[in-house]
Ligand binder design. Sequence first.
Ligand code: MRU
Length: 326
Amino acid sequence: MTSIAGMRTIDWVDGAVEIIDQTVLPGELKILRLHTVGELVAAIQSLAVRGAPALGVAGAFGVALAARVHADDPQALAAAVHRIENARPTAVNLARGARRAAGLLRQGPQAVLDEAFRVRDEEIAASSAMAARGADLIVELCGTRPRLLTHCNTGGLAAVTVGTALGVVHELHRRGTLAGVIASETRPLLQGARLTSWELTQWGIEHRVAVDSAGPFLMARGEVDAVILGADRICANGDVINKIGSYAHALGARRAGLPFVVVAPESTVDLSTPSGDAVPIEDRGSSEITPWAPAANPAFDVTPHDLVTAIVTDRRVIRLDHSETP
Ligand code: MRU
């Protein structure tokens, strides 16, 4: 697996979960084989596999691993499922993917694995649907030569193949209409500078990387036509949970009068979470920022629904003026 074409971030191969190790990109394209729940949970927690849709698939494949190892030990199996569901708290996809696969446990390990394959395949199909619908919406909002700013990584690395917001960027490029992309670097782990920039380069899409704090100024200076990014959870009231820094871009977009578009599959829409206040926001501790002093390190933030122009899913466009189109 050396080219991004047809690349799957995560898959089940010969009885183990294979992932692209996202901690060593862009320097190295390394495949990890995960044989145990412990290895899978460690990969999730170190962000070797990350991004909401990919985490949903990881959760489902993780339960498939557990079902094989603990087939005769219901208590150990339940503990393993619980560990997978809670490996990271914020992206709703992880627990959802794990629970979907766990729903088939009574039918045996093969049924669980088959369900995990369905979770994977649904995410692949969702990426294609979002790319087309999102590209149409961006053209409608910004015209045919859009210059976009995106945050974090929402490409194939985050979603098995193609991606969510970055899938839209790819589709606009494929149509020959994209006029520019800025990848916000995404402190502290640089998902934008490392992963988004790597994917755009693989796709042959010219782009610039900007420090996170430059985003609102670049918008004010007229270098951006819309902000487009993904989500880890979309609440019932339309609040959007995404990588820390998203809220600042939303404020910048509002001040500059620009559309703020969120692209995420239905598997990220969580009607059981009423609003952003109810979402557990992962804090990843000081070691990623200042090992020498205590740090505040929320990995995600809440963009209130009134700053969101539209949410594009694989089934619909939800306009936050409360209209909805297929
Ligand atoms: O901490 P991460 O890298 O898992 O955070 C990922 C994000 O915030 C993404 O923007 C989100 O999951 C959407 S991925 C299509």
